[in-house]
Design a protein around this ligand. Sequence first.
Ligand code: ITT
Length: 201
Amino acid sequence: SRIVLATRNAGKIAELHRILDGFEVVGLGEYPDAPEVPETESTFAGNALLKARAIAAHTGLPAVADDSGLCVDALNGMPGVLSARWSGRLGDATGDKDRANLDLVLDQLADVAPDRRGAHFACAAALVLPDGTERVVEGRMHGRLVDAPRGTGGFGYDPIFVPEGETRTAAELAPQEKDAISHRGKAFRALAEIIDGLLTG
Ligand code: ITT
């Protein structure tokens, strides 16, 4: 059956189409009246569930949502759930907004030594079925932040994040290389197994 992706972030949509390869996924483009959901929870899992619930209710179809962000050790885990709006800049996920967010994190880390620039990405993947069934799983990718952006792949904070065991930033990885190790890849591969069990089991 069809699954609706409850996200308007183009970077996530591209990755989720790859990771959920094998499912019939449709975007919110087919549902122009879908509600915009305020992210009022303090956790990734809470916000992912809010988004998936609203879209399952609106469409009558199984919905999956992603809430994710960058957690920086030297900033006590911030921007975290505030990652999309860290610079205060509003609007869609254009490169400009992503760039403003990334520049702010670089400014905030300007005086932080190279060995204290640890960070991780976190992703909560939520599934909500029209009958009210809910599931949420999380994935993480650990690494460190460099002091100048590199690479043109991915989205968001990828140009300043070097995954553990890598020398390249996440924006310098091939798409499939990022999916194999990313927070989103881990969370949504686990969710895919759960969906298989619920929808076909
Ligand atoms: P939706 O709510 O419509 O899904 P959003 O962009 O508002 O879109 P979030 O609130 O989950 O979604 O914010 C996630 C932000 O975290 C995203 O805008 C990026 O800045 C950052 N982020 C998440 N995953 C990332 C990744 O794989 N690479 C780089 N940055 C990422």
